[in-house]
Ligand binder design. Structure first.
Ligand SMILES: Cc1cc2nc3c(=O)[nH]c(=O)nc-3n(C[C@H](O)[C@H](O)[C@H](O)COP(=O)(O)OP(=O)(O)OC[C@H]3O[C@@H](n4cnc5c(N)ncnc54)[C@H](O)[C@@H]3O)c2cc1C
Ligand code: FES
Length: 255
């Protein structure tokens, strides 16, 4: 589909919040959009997680890291944007865990908090108690505080900053080490070292953990096999774009 851009604002150093009119989609939390940069020499789409989808407006929060995302940052209100969405699986379709869990912890690292916003809204609508633990490099890199405020209770840690009234110094893993046992399920998105550490922690506590993975992609729709993840119970590699991006963390063979 091709949508009309409503806004594309910088919200942190090199991080932008793009809103595009995208009516008629059935989007589930954890899914992503393939963004096409028409009018450039870039033929491959850029996969970006859906941060939120409400009243036909899709929000994509992205960091400028290369040519494609730099081109996205130039997009203006009323420009057209071609995207294919929603793609991939979702947090909420997993084995009915969502229906059973009454207290869920969302763990996000950096830009990984983005898909957790729509997930938090979906859980809240389903009457699930949701808490957030979010880690950022420093306050200037923190995103989406205003969106989560009033929606869920959450705690924030900053890797590089002395403790403040509203946040802790250290990693997000430090933040939840003592409290993870209070929850029935954990959903997470963020850097691989954070997800690996969280896998160990959740296994020790016996709490199911679902993680959203990211990998370099080309086609983004399951055809080129360039986004593999090895699972313990599977002879063949799975494709992060088509079989994921959400996986049961205990099934992943972490590299
Ligand atoms: C499921 C999924 C969800 C994602 N969600 C977000 C998000 O919400 N916000 C965000 O900022 N980024 C997200 N990413 C990463 C984002 O896709 C890359 O940062 C982006 O494609 C980089 O494109 P580029 O042209 O600027 O960089 P370049 O490095 O110039 O890209 C070159 C090529 O490599 C691919 N590529 C590079 N890095 C990645 C990557 N990490 N993942 C997949 N393909 C990559 C590009 O699509 C392009 O084809 C997500 C990736 C995946 C797989
Ligand atoms: S990116 Fe082509 S199969 Fe995943």
């Amino acid at each position: 589909m091709t949508g009309c851009i409503l806004s594309n604002k910088r919200i942190a150093p090199d991080i932008f919040d793009l809103r595009v009119n995208a009516p008629g989609l059935f989007v589930q939390p954890g899914q992503f959009a393939n963004v096409y940069l028409d009018g450039t020499d870039m033929l491959l789409p850029r996969p970006i997680s859906v941060c939120d989808y409400e009243n036909s407006v899709m929000r994509l929060v992205y960091r400028v890291v290369g040519k494609g995302t730099a081109a996205m940052a130039q997009l203006k209100r009323n420009d057209s944007l071609r995207l294919v969405a929603p793609l991939g699986n979702a947090f909420t379709t997993k084995k009915g865990d969502t229906q059973k869990a009454k207290r869920v912890l969302l763990v996000g690292g950096g830009l990984g908090v983005s898909p957790l916003l729509y997930l938090a809204k979906t859980f809240r609508r389903a009457g699930v108690e949701v808490f957030g633990a979010f880690g950022f490099r420093s306050p200037e890199w923190e995103i989406l505080r205003a969106d989560f405020k009033g929606l869920i209770d959450f705690d924030v840690s900053y890797d590089e900053t002395e403790q403040t009234i509203s946040a802790h110094k250290g990693t997000v893993i430090d933040l939840i080490r003592e409290t993870i046992g209070n929850f029935e399920m954990v959903c997470a998105c963020g850097p691989v070292p954070m997800l690996k550490a969280l896998t160990g922690l959740s296994q020790s506590a016996g709490i199911p953990l679902w993680v959203s993975l990211e990998e370099h992609m080309a086609c983004g729709v399951g055809a080129c096999l360039c986004c593999p993840v090895a699972l313990k119970d599977s002879a063949a590699y799975k494709r992060i774009c088509a079989d994921g991006p959400v996986f049961d963390a205990s099934a992943i063979i972490w590299q």
